[in-house]
Design a protein. Sequence first.
Length: 139
Amino acid sequence: MDMKTVRWGMIGCGDVTERKSGPGFGKAAHSELVAVMRRNGALAADYARRHGVARWHDDADAIIRAPDIDAVYIATLTDTHCDYTLRCAAAGKPVVRRKADGNESRRMSRHDRRLPRSGVPLWVGYYRRALHAFSPSAT
């Protein structure tokens, strides 16, 4: 089977992406992290250099509108997830966003109801789902 490589753009490249998520895009089969974005361009450039990412941006639209990016990982503060998710969906880009807590999940689910009409997939990368203190039933 010949699978296409998914070319990722990452909006937000702070501490959580240093070990948990960022390096995984390069280690996964058929996956390549081609661009990162952070509002502070110097920090985005530093991240790209240290992680071998081809380019960096200080504007999310550069990731969202890039024709060579197939999907977007959103790793920013949770209060920006909804806006970035909807903007990516409007651009036809599948989204993986990181998860914060049950309250954020409930807030985003109200907004995500608009996404199925776009036909764009949305996934949540919630690495703490198995921890009781972070599970939805505990909140």
